[in-house]
Design a protein around this ligand. Sequence first.
Ligand SMILES: Cc1cc2nc3c(=O)[nH]c(=O)nc-3n(C[C@H](O)[C@H](O)[C@H](O)COP(=O)(O)O)c2cc1C
Length: 223
Amino acid sequence: MDVEECIKTRRAIRKFLDIDLPKDKIVAILEAGRMAPTAGNLQNHEVIVVTDKALRRAVAEACLQQYWIAHAPVILVVVAEHEVQKMHYGKRGETYSIQSAANVAMNMILQAHALGVSSCWVGAFDEEMMRRSLGIPGKVTPLTVIPLGYADEQVPIPPRKSFYSTIWLEQYGNQIRDVNLALGEYGAFLQGKINKAKAGTEEQVSRIVRHLAKIIPKKKPKK
Ligand SMILES: Cc1cc2nc3c(=O)[nH]c(=O)nc-3n(C[C@H](O)[C@H](O)[C@H](O)COP(=O)(O)O)c2cc1C
């Protein structure tokens, strides 16, 4: 599966088969998270792997009673220490910390999908309940919960906004009218124009030749 297919076919799955995940796949998914880009390469994130049944139930409870989460054989909880980023980047550090942890989560979700493992990004939870359930210290913030398992449902792609309604050119609000023209994909567009111009020129030349042939007297052959 290439990256485009992986991105396009991944779906949020909320129903899982009662089948354990092989260790190799879990490790590969965690490795993908480890490779994610983080601000200043500070890697101020950590991932808690939750497999224990009672703890999975506690995590689901903390996720505002989204009990379907407990049916996933593995739950990953991405946490981050914002202070590490803040020490380097001041106030911006918290934003960087959240963005970096989001990269870790998304890398793992995509790697999981590429390995045939489904998941869902879960952001709705009670932070304090999550801390208590998993022994997360105060300096570390839980950010994303990722239940992992084999899908027991097929879901259609939830509709996305149109391309042209969310992408601007050069300035905010500046609509793209022709993506080929705007983004420099001139190939097909220009070839069409060149072909048209060539056909027009050829037509004109043959018209001139026909006209000249009529008005220029033919040379008499020498005797
Ligand atoms: C930041 C964030 C928080 C989310 N929180 C939840 C959640 O708490 N529960 C849930 O079922 N889905 C949650 N989702 C999943 C979205 O509902 C889902 O990704 C979206 O509907 C698009 O569907 P798709 O992932 O299949 O493309 C969350 C997604 C994101 C990015």
